[in-house]
Design a protein around this ligand. Sequence first.
Ligand code: SF4
Length: 188
Amino acid sequence: MDISRRNFLKGSALAAGSVAVSGKPAKASADSTELRTKGLEVTTTVCPYCAVGCGMVVHTKNGKVVNIEGDTEHPINEGSLCSKGSAMFQVANNERRLTKVKYRAPKSDTWEEKSWDWTMNRIAELMKETRDRNFVKEEKIKGERYTVNRNDGMAILGGAALDNEECYLLSKFARAMGVGYLEHQARI
Ligand code: SF4
């Protein structure tokens, strides 16, 4: 059917009229809202993009993400999302998304697939090596020697998706490693 501007406005006025008379929206729109996510598994998460930390609701079906939207019960965003957060569905469902660890050894031109166990051990090994190589035990300031126990070879950066407890643990970990260069993405 050809919809002219006049017909469209007439239709909208009728729909608004039916809401005013019955006190609830027309049946069709109420049903479609209900059906869209009906029967799906619901979990909540936090947007990883920026320091605002908006809450999101994720709907899954058979382990696959089928919808992501703003969490109306989240105190920060009360259901709203910016354009980046609104596009989060494309991050979860993207054929270019890496789901396995890829490793390229120094001087190699090929990527190998590695297990998480191998990867975590390798990261721990390199962190320990870096810390030991760059550890400063003492420093001379104005002729006096002071114990500083500082690791000058590493920096640690927190991210917007970390909650209070994770930030606390990360800062404790950084101090234990002697890291002085500890920052948060939200301040940069
Ligand atoms: S939805 Fe937008 S404003 Fe909210 S945390 Fe994500 S990027 Fe930041």
